[in-house]
Design a protein around this ligand. Sequence first.
Ligand code: ZN
Length: 352
Amino acid sequence: MSFYNTANFNDWQSVASITPLSSNDDLQNLGSLGNWDGALDLATGQLLQSDATTSASSPPRFQTNASDKAASLQQYRAEQAKHHINHFSGKISVSTTFHPNAQLGQPGQLPDIILQSVDGVLFHVHYDVLNQISDNGFGNFLQEPSPIAFNQSSQGLNIILHAIYDIPAAKFHHPINLLIDTVDSLTSYGVHPSRLVHRNSSLFQLLYLHAPQHPMELYMLAGAHRLEELAIMVSAHLLSFPLDRLSDEMVDRMGALFLKRLVFLHLDRIKALKAILSQPPPPHGCGDDPQRAWALAAASVANDAMAGMSPQMLVSSMKRSAGDMRCTHCQENTQRSLGIAAMKWANVKATI
Ligand SMILES: [Zn+2]
């Protein structure tokens, strides 16, 4: 429980504790409450007990002679999942997003299997949803009887399931390392990360939140799994990354193709900057020499040119050239040329 009480996880809305129930009738009643959040408050079980009397004579819900085989199978798994939950002793924790009555799959299709994280949190999910997105029966875990002891922490499993069901999960404020490790682990469950990380998917949004602070980690992740859209969007945050700080390990992880694209992004932008700065203001014939002043400033800027220089930085660096002139006409021309240069620079391609 201390795991959920830490300050960092005050927003961990999807996990709550419930007291295990003692009979199938109680479980049926729990389902019949129709409000899982309310059910979670019933740790004492008092309300459940009073409800139990009302449905003690309910017929078994599982129909062995159901004509629809798929529906029958789904129902069977749901019953099995409910049966197994009875065998837990002591307190158990259940995801409040992936709970027994969650309406997350096809309309009317309740979860039919349970995944249990290594730290004991239960996630109620749909066999078909997991099976469809995986090439290997979700790392062969789907072969096992429910509840399935899964090899992920509740945090990791929470990320994976939100991604598969495409449910926004930004409220959990996942640390970047956890997100990256979790995405890396997807291949072991037969799920290629590109199936879950694409523009506007919940996992994409989750990762991209970290782009301003951790662009290189995300770029390496994108390169490692060929996540094209993530790599493109994250690359805009790498314009000021010093390429001489790339280690062998970083290059290895992102791969040759994405290294090349990043290097060329920097080179192409610096080339474009130099081309923009090669267009000085027009000559005037007065005592000032705006073209020479421009050339001197441009040489200085180009010397320590950075792909990530902002248009504002470009203007302030170049302004020296305007300061030395007395002719107002030449000052205005230089100002105009600076404005044009800044506009052109702002429009230079800023992503791979
Ligand atoms: Zn002049």
